[in-house]
Design a protein around this ligand. Structure first.
Ligand code: GRF
Length: 201
């Protein structure tokens, strides 16, 4: 069984989508450990409720590389095949990225490369985009800049508020992330430069 490690800083609804997909046998593996830099992150409770090891590691007062090395150790101890960032509010240092080459993914609530960074749903809404969505991408050392594994588009009707748009994007995220993780765990993705070639797509 392939193993996934999930990193969260907050709510953890995408983590829940991964857990639920694994339970249904639709993830291509299992969530083996959940790690958070925020002690009160609801995502940690979701893990505990699902019987998954939930680890809190405080980043405060630590150098980025030292902190990342601790997280890498935890993930290695759980022998994870893939690392999923799910609302993990920290940039990864080269130490981290190089420890899992091509095996770290993130979900971003916009159609990258449009609207990287924080508050992507608000950025899209304020910009007046008519279509936005969600992106699962490999993580490199930049901000939301790695090769794209999968995307889902959502339309942005004029009646949308920032909140209704964010909710619609979140629903799309919950469908997209497990699908993308499955493609990766099944070894159906190959990276050619910036492009992720998906077998059978
Ligand atoms: C999601 O919108 C995700 O795209 C972004 O952070 C948010 C996390 O939400 N990276 P949740 O913690 O998964 O509910």
């Amino acid at each position: 069984m392939k193993k996934v490690g999930v990193l969260v800083s907050g709510r953890g609804s995408n983590l829940q989508a991964l857990i639920d997909a694994a339970r249904r046998g639709e993830l291509g593996g299992e969530v083996a450990v959940v790690v958070s830099n925020v002690e009160a992150a609801p995502g940690l409770d979701r893990a505990r409720k699902a019987g998954i090891p939930a680890v809190f590691r405080d980043h405060r007062g630590k150098k980025r590389e030292a902190y990342d090395a601790e997280i890498v150790d935890i993930l290695r101890a759980h022998q994870v095949d893939l690392v999923c960032l799910a609302g993990f509010m920290r940039l990864l240092s080269p130490v981290f990225v190089r420890a899992f080459p091509g095996r770290i993914v993130n979900i971003h609530p916009a159609l990258l490369p449009a609207f990287p960074g924080l508050d992507a749903q608000r950025q899209a809404w304020e910009h007046g985009a008519k279509v936005s969505g969600a992106t699962v991408h490999l993580v490199d050392e930049g901000l939301d800049s790695g090769p794209i594994v999968a995307q889902a588009a959502v339309v942005v009707p004029s009646s949308d508020t920032e909140d209704t748009l964010a909710a619609r994007i979140l629903e799309a995220e919950h469908r997209l992330y497990p699908r993308a993780v499955r493609l990766l765990l099944e070894g159906r993705c190959r990276v050619e430069g910036r492009r992720v070639i998906v077998e059978g797509e």
